[in-house]
Structures are given as C-alpha cells and as structure tokens.
Write a protein that binds this ligand. Structure first.
Ligand code: C5P
Length: 218
C-alpha cells in the first residue's frame, strides 16, 4: 500500500507531479480539484445549493471538458470554502485513498485532512508570478484566449480564498516536503519528488513498481 499526497496552490505544477508519480509507481490518481470544479459549475448552472449538489456527487461528472475552464476554477474555489461541501466530498476522496495497493491524490488538503496518514506528502509551490506565467502559457498553448494580468489576478484571488478559509485551508502538512518549483523544470521537480517518495517508502530506485491503476485527472 503506497499512499501519496500532493498539495499546493493553483498552477504550482502539483497535478503534473502527481500524474508522473502515479505513472511511475503505477498507482491510480485522483485530481481532487475536479470534484470541486464539478460541484461549482453544476451549482452555478442550475442555480442549485452547492451542498445539495455535493451530496449528490457522481464520478461521471468528472468527464466534462468544461471543468478545465478558469470559470470552473473560480466556482470551485467558492464552493470549496463551504464546510458542508467539503464534508460531502470527503467520503469519495477517502474511498479513493483506500484503493488496495495505494493511490496518488492531489489537491489542497490531502496531506492535512483527506489522508493524514499518507506514506509521503509533498507540497508543491512556486511564486504567484511564475504560476501565472505557466497558466498563461498553458492557456495560449491550448489555443484559448488569455491575458497575463487577468490570470495573475485570478490566481491571487483564488490563493487568498483557499488560504484564508477556516475549514481545510491551503497549508503544508507538518511532515510534507515543501518544494518551491519556481526555478525548477518538470523533470527536476519529478526527480526530487520521486526520490523523496522512495526514501519515505524505504525503497531503492531500481525496485519494481507496486501495482497497476487508472487515472482521474485532467
Ligand atoms: O486544483 P484546482 O485548481 O483544480 O482546484 C480548484 C479549486 O478547488 C481550488 O482553488 C480550491 O479552492 C478547490 N479545491 C479544494 N480542495 C481540494 C482541491 C481543490 O478546496 N482538495
């Protein structure tokens, strides 16, 4: 059983690290931001109560391209500040974390709330300017309209809300490796993360991966 928790602010690269760790360790991966995005856009579109929407959550909701939009991210951050929404989404995340063989989950409160007993916890960070530049380049690369100043403002607003909320605020677990990726490329970040997880597991680089699995991520 290998349980890996990856947390961090928006556009820090935590999703990329989690995806690569999951592939390398052959574990299923859940991008928990998708849950909040799905609840956020459904509540908004249906003018429904976010707690009711979260209580009716279905995994199929995660197969929706609209979840990738910045509007979905802002909606997610608003519903994520509601304690009853978080409580309603706890079970699905804990069930995923209990997958036999293990799992990788990424989000904001995996190491602190969802899986405090995780074998390895990472907190992936970067300066807000670097994160905004990465997100801006990603949007442009996907052929979407983007203005750097707007991306920067949106990230700042979302960070502030995620850090200030009283339930499960964005903060590193005490035993997490905090990795500032501002001056690192993806391969360097993955190398450090993989070495940290292996050390936590007491395993060597050449050991075979443990189990196979699917991925629920963007
Ligand atoms: O990770 P992502 O950018 O998709 O998350 C969107 C929003 O969902 C975050 O800004 C945060 O408010 C919320 N979220 C959360 N807890 C998680 C994952 C995401 O509150 N575990």
């Amino acid at each position: 059983m290998t349980l890996i928790a990856v947390d961090g602010p928006a556009a820090s690269g935590k999703g990329t690290v989690a995806t690569r760790l999951a592939r390398w360790f052959q574990l299923p991966h859940l991008d928990t931001g998708l849950l909040y995005r799905a609840v956020g856009i459904r509540a908004q579109a249906d003018c429904a109560d976010a707690v009711d929407v979260a209580s009716a959550f279905q995994l199929e909701w995660l197969e929706d391209d609209a979840l990738r939009s910045d509007a979905a991210a802002q909606a997610a951050s608003k519903v994520g500040a509601i304690p009853a929404v978080r409580a309603a989404l706890l079970h699905v995340q804990r069930t995923f974390a209990a997958t036999p063989g293990g799992a990788v989950l990424d989000g904001r409160d995996i190491g602190t709330v969802i899986a405090p007993a995780a074998d390895a916890k990472l907190f992936i960070d970067a300066t807000v300017d670097v994160r905004a530049a990465r997100r801006h380049a990603d949007l442009i690369g996907r052929g979407l309209a983007s203005r750097f100043e707007q991306v920067l403002a949106d990230l700042g607003e979302r960070d502030a809300r995620d850090r200030a909320r009283t339930t499960a605020p964005l903060t590193p677990a005490r035993d997490a490796l905090v990795l500032d990726t501002s001056r690192l490329d993806v391969d360097q970040v993955f190398g450090v993360a993989r070495a940290f997880v292996l050390a936590k597991l007491g395993r060597a680089e050449q050991d075979l991966p443990l189990a196979g699995g699917a991925s629920i991520s963007r």
